[in-house]
Write a protein that binds this ligand. Structure first.
Ligand SMILES: [Zn+2]
Length: 443
């Protein structure tokens, strides 16, 4: 696993060291050894090298929010398939959310996921513990004991922490442990039965809506409880303009809050639910795709740093979970393999700079889970040799059937994207490389 590699001639973007320049990058024995602006770095003879001319070289991406489905739903995904899909998307660190079966809420389940990741994972898997036992919302997990196992945060994701008193206690513990409570902000009573964003499109389609207020009310409660306890609340998959504004104001008041947004909430709207005559169940996601005004507000929050991280909320499902009526379909998008391609549309249209995009995929998320101290999300000497190499101009057509993830549920299937991760390095080893189509080689 511990490899040595010279990555030559790329545009190296490392927000941690404020570097954006043509440079050579040398990884030795699995760790970053040297970065040399302008190139021409001398390395020992026989060192493997990768020509990155015309490509962007960055730290491997850090995903705060992914569903690897193991244990319990291996027909949807396993740690092996999920981490290979992650690697294809440029992610070298993924945080496994706890809504597995059983939930990641105890020493035994967390150690199981950690050992499966060590045995079968292609990239680093960090574990997010549940907040409550069985994610049932009744009793807190043994937060301090599980912190010793190296969990990076606590979440009942899939569900909110519904009980405000439990959230208060969890935040009070989180303050002592230095780890975030990562909440799926949804008032389940307001959103009950909803399948898409409440609004004009839902009304036209005759589908039950989930109001933005369902998210905003829980964000408000969480900010109030964070202020009360001093605990770190992390807002998962923030989707509504009103939530962005609340987080912005809370930060200005010094409340300990961070937030993430997904590629789909940054690029897609509820209009996509019915692009043609059919409703596309692959657009069904929770929180739902919102309006263009919400997308613009979330993007503005990302640009400003009100939102520090982009997280995929990779949520693979089996075909039968989506080949059904919209009302019945499961929520979720298989997101690892299209994340960079869709996010680059924001760079190509001038809505986001490349360095800010990279920062929100690397150092921003690493800081939220307090792992930047280990060098995760940065290219400084001594940091893990984790690198994503992106071709920003490569046009490609999404073919969900070709995903390495077991989940083929993508609303982008068949769409053409501009830009793609073409190589991923983990611990100095080239673990993914784009197969160039050999179109000129005869047949
Ligand atoms: Zn969620």
């Amino acid at each position: 696993m511990k490899g040595s590699l010279l990555i030559r001639g790329g545009r190296v973007i490392d927000p941690a060291s404020r570097l954006d320049a043509k440079a050579d990058l040398y990884i030795k024995d699995g760790r970053i050894e040297a970065v040399q602006q302008g190139g021409g770095l001398a390395v020992p003879e026989g060192t493997a090298s990768f020509d990155a001319s015309g490509l962007v070289v960055s730290p491997g991406f850090v995903d705060l929010h992914a569903h690897l489905r193991e244990p319990g739903q291996e027909h949807k995904e396993t740690i092996a398939t999920g981490t290979r899909a992650a690697a294809k998307g440029g992610f070298t660190t993924v945080c496994a959310m706890p809504n597995t079966v059983p939930a990641q809420d105890s020493r035994s389940t967390i150690e199981f996921v950690q050992s499966r990741a060590a045995d079968t994972g292609a990239v680093r898997v960090l574990v997010v513990s549940a907040v409550s036992k069985g994610r049932a919302g009744k009793e807190l997990v043994e937060m301090a004991e599980l912190a010793k196992l190296g969990v990076v945060g606590y979440s009942d994701d899939g569900s909110p922490v519904g009980d405000a008193q439990m959230m208060r206690h969890a935040l009070a513990f989180s303050r002592m442990l230095g780890l975030p409570i990562m909440d799926h902000c949804e008032d389940t009573a307001l959103c009950h039965g909803g399948v898409m964003n409440e609004g004009r499109v839902a009304t036209r389609l005759g589908l039950r809506g989930m109001p933005v207020a369902g998210e905003e009310t829980m964000v408000a409660r969480n900010l109030i409880l964070s202020k009360l306890t001093g605990g770190h609340v992390h807002i998962c998959h923030l989707s509504a303009a009103g939530s962005v504004e609340q987080v912005r104001r809370a930060k200005a008041q010094g409340i300990r809050v961070t937030a993430e947004a997904t590629p789909h909430h940054l690029t897609l709207t509820d209009e996509l639910v019915t692009a043609g005559a059919m409703y596309d169940t692959n657009t069904k996601v929770n929180p739902p795709l919102r309006t263009a005004a919400d997308v613009e507000a979330v993007l503005q929050g990302l640009r400003e740093g009100v939102i520090e991280a982009i997280a995929t909320d990779h949520a693979p499902h089996a075909a039968e979970d989506k080949l059904c009526e919209y009302d019945q379909a499961a929520f979720g998008i298989s997101g690892f393999e299209t994340a960079m391609g869709s996010l680059l549309s924001l760079v190509h249209t001038g809505k986001l700079t490349f360095p800010v995009l990279i920062e929100r995929l690397t150092l921003g998320p690493a800081r939220i889970i307090a792992r930047e101290k280990d060098g995760i999300g940065a290219l400084r000497p001594g940091a893990p040799g984790d690198v994503a190499v992106t071709d920003p101009d490569l046009s490609w057509t999404v073919d969900a059937k070709a995903f390495l993830s077991k989940g083929k549920n993508s609303p982008l299937n068949g769409k053409t994207l501009k830009g793609k991760v073409v190589a991923t390095v983990y611990g100095g080893a080239l673990i993914y490389q784009e197969q160039r189509q050999a179109t000129t080689r005869g047949r």
